[in-house]
Write a new protein. Structure first.
Length: 137
């Protein structure tokens, strides 16, 4: 096995181990956002897990979504008061999905963000398939 393949395999193993932890953390954050629960969760991780989790979570972030779009899940203001439900702005994949679900015309910005989203998803799927094939070989 080449050093590149070993490195890719190691990254794949790390991702497989950390994805469930990333999902657990996401549940805490998206649940009630209990700060103490987040602190307990992070304190229970090994330093290498915390470092790896940062990279995994960055990898899970859509890169074609604006900062406002990334924060669309936040339902409170800086004082902890509930916000009016707001919608992802045009030019995001979430807005594209909303237009489709409502049967609305889709504007060019939303179409473009959907194309970027699908292209990147296809690239990630192809990379995952290649890694799966190289593991099986
Ligand atoms: Zn739109």
């Amino acid at each position: 096995m080449t050093p590149d393949a070993q490195s890719a395999r190691r990254r794949g193993d790390l991702a497989e181990r950390l994805i469930p932890k990333a999902a657990d953390l996401a549940c805490i954050v998206h649940g009630d956002g209990d700060v103490k629960a987040v602190e307990r969760f992070l304190a229970a991780l090994f330093p290498w897990e915390r470092d790896g989790l940062l990279v995994i979570l960055a990898g899970l972030m859509p890169v074609d979504v604006s900062e406002a779009g990334l924060l669309a899940w936040v339902t409170w203001d800086e004082m902890g008061r509930p916000l009016e439900p707001h919608l992802a702005p045009c030019g995001t994949y979430a807005a594209f999905r909303r237009h489709k679900q409502r049967g609305e015309l889709v504007d060019d910005d939303c179409k473009a963000s959907a194309r970027v989203y699908w292209q990147e998803r296809n690239v990630m799927r192809a990379e995952a398939a290649r890694e799966g094939q190289s593991r099986a070989a």
